[in-house]
Design a protein around this ligand. Structure first.
Ligand SMILES: [Zn+2]
Length: 591
């Protein structure tokens, strides 16, 4: 039987007002009335975002007859019963400059399907056909997306990507974001598979050639890592090429993974300049982000927790395994920079030391396990406040250290014959490689230690229990020593400290957060206190001003701190201490 697809058409119809118009046709809607909804969240970013709140208007028709549309939940509508094809039109406000939403102005349009395409309940497995229309005023815009094109359905006039695209089902439809505009573009092949990078936003003399050469090496290293025999790129099951979409801003940073693409936000100052030999310091950070999102093409887009197979887009999807999917990806992202040769061993150990410092400096690691941090991502990790560093641990950073700890454990136990690489490759073969070729299975919540044993012969259930489900530190000093790497941690800096972070707020310096049991906490100071004076001397509202004042004291000295709390002047006697934050270094003993 030939199944009729659901038809969507999207037009950037009001760039100045940031509005997309999306129309859809459902060939055979539910007889009793059709339910439609917009996802409450976007896979990869574990927070309910209620995208439906950006739908300004929604209307429905069957033939020439208008049909009533009733909102039935925060994310869903019900259209009155009708015979024959149902047409629905929505106007969607798009002014969210992030990788998670939709954004439109006269210079470009970007959207995730989760922001613009309604889900047709009961028809999720139907194929979808999407026609992308050009903006109303003449432009030189092109379309960039990893959605497969329908070759016979090009529109009249210059092609430039404004044409029809297809998706096998709704899950695929919302996993290929779209950029339209006039970005800078560079293309390369990695292991024979086409890759394209587009950079949106003004950035003069961008060194595209250098970026393409470096990213190609990273991609090839990862493809060969997962498929050592065939060197087959993972996304060829869903698309003909992989697309990196980067929005360049003044000081942005972030990324979101998809099955054949990624949306990134990067800072102008982190990107290399044509004709300048030395790349900026932040370029490593950009390459690390690229490496991270690309690694997700395997780890989380195809190897998934069972809780994500399939996603439930209308509510939180809880899993205790994000420390594997985000943490292991955070371990391998930098490691892939080293293995591909875009950074050297010295730079790699520097990055790893930073990651260790960040975990060792988190008091919250004594209270929360990464398994619990994963589970509560929706309400805690993604909703951080001034107390989060005291109460939470990041499943990214500690998850990466658990990956390192397991890798070192396996290497030591097998005299270097096996490693975490073997575990990743077994996960890939078992869960990932054919994920989109059938009803994909995910990794169950308890299966991981068994898989490690199967892949390497090493029993790590006890370590997983203590490091991931308990709050024990990974004994990295001992484990790194087996590889002749010396880890040492000491207090960050020798200046006396309040053990609090400050931020500038209007013309005041305000305590942003206070470290539990640190000097400020012991004295009774609190987050949100506005600093006035130390021992009668004004604290200027400038970065570094507090450090400059404190540099005249020694740890152990007691100072009188005047602060405003709720506009009331208070004085606290603070015994200054050495900062509790740690600074760790790694030394390669083989050199
Ligand atoms: Zn990630």
């Amino acid at each position: 039987m030939n199944i009729k697809p659901i038809l969507y058409s999207l037009e950037p119809h009001d760039p100045a007002g940031h509005r997309f118009r999306v129309t859809m046709t459902i060939p055979d809607p539910a007889r009793s009335g059709q339910t439609l909804s917009l996802p409450a969240w976007i896979p990869g970013s574990y927070l309910l975002r209620d995208f439906a709140r950006q739908i300004e208007t929604i209307s429905a028709k069957a033939g020439s007859r208008s049909l009533p549309v009733t909102k039935v939940s925060s994310h869903s509508w019900r259209v009155a019963p009708c015979d024959g094809p149902l047409h629905v039109t929505t106007i969607i406000y798009a002014w969210d400059l992030s990788v998670r939403g939709a954004h439109l102005d006269e210079t470009h349009g970007f959207f995730n399907g989760t922001s613009v395409f309604l889900q047709v309940h009961g028809h999720e497995q139907r194929p979808c056909l999407v026609t992308l229309l050009p903006p109303p005023t003449p432009s030189h815009w092109n379309v960039y997306t990893s959605l497969p094109e329908v070759s016979h359905a090009r529109l009249a006039g210059p092609h430039r990507g404004f044409c029809a695209y297809r998706a096998d089902n709704y899950d695929a439809l919302i996993d290929h974001p779209v950029e339209m505009g006039t970005p800078q573009v560079v293309r390369f092949n990695a292991c024979g598979a086409p890759h394209e990078m587009v950079f949106t936003g003004q950035i003069p003399n961008l060194d595209l050639k250098r970026i393409a050469a470096d990213v190609k090496r990273i991609c090839e290293t990862q493809i060969r890592f997962f498929e050592p025999d065939t060197h087959r790129a993972p996304f060829l099951d869903s698309a003909s090429r992989y697309l990196f979409m980067t929005m360049v801003t003044g000081d942005g940073y972030g990324g979101l993974e998809h099955r054949a693409s990624t949306a990134l936000v990067a800072s102008r100052k982190d990107l290399p300049v044509r004709g300048v030999a030395d790349a900026p310091e932040g370029y490593q950070t950009f390459l690390g982000l690229v490496s991270h999102e690309y690694f997700h093409t395997w780890n989380v887009k195809r190897i998934k927790p069972a809780a994500f197979a399939p996603y439930d887009l209308l509510r939180e999807n809880h899993t205790r395994l994000l420390w594997i999917f985000e943490g292991f990806t955070s371990y391998y992202d930098d490691l892939m920079l080293l293995r591909s040769g875009v950074i050297d061993r010295h730079a790699y150990l520097g990055m790893l030391a930073k990651q260790i410092s960040s975990v060792v400096s988190s008091p919250g690691r004594h209270k929360q396990s990464v398994a619990d941090s994963s589970f509560d991502a929706w309400t805690r990790y993604y909703k951080q406040d001034e107390n989060s560093s005291n109460a939470l641990i990041s499943y990214y950073t500690k998850g990466a250290l658990i990956a390192l700890g397991l890798d070192l454990t396996i290497r030591a136990a097998t005299q270097g014959q096996r490693s975490l690489d073997d575990v990743m490759r077994l996960l890939w073969v078992r869960f990932g490689r054919d994920f989109y070729r059938g009803p994909g299975q995910g990794l169950s919540e308890t299966a991981f230690p068994k898989l490690v044993r199967e892949a390497t012969g090493v029993e790590v259930a006890d370590q997983v229990e203590r490091w991931a489900y308990g709050t024990q530190d990974v004994p990295l000093e001992r484990l790194l020593a087996t590889q002749n790497v010396a880890l040492s941690c000491k207090a960050a800096g020798n200046r006396p400290s309040l053990d609090a972070r400050v931020r500038q707020q209007a013309d005041q310096l305000v305590l942003a957060s206070v470290v539990e049991h640190g000097a400020a906490h012991q004295a009774g100071l609190s987050a949100m206190d506005a600093l006035v004076a130390i021992d009668g001397i004004k604290v200027p509202a400038a970065p570094g001003a507090l450090d400059a004042l404190l540099s005249r004291y020694q740890a152990g000295d007691v100072v009188a701190m005047h602060v405003f709390r709720r506009d009331e002047l208070r004085c606290f006697n603070v015994r200054l201490t050495a900062p509790s934050a740690a600074e760790c270094t790694l030394q390669d003993l083989t050199r």
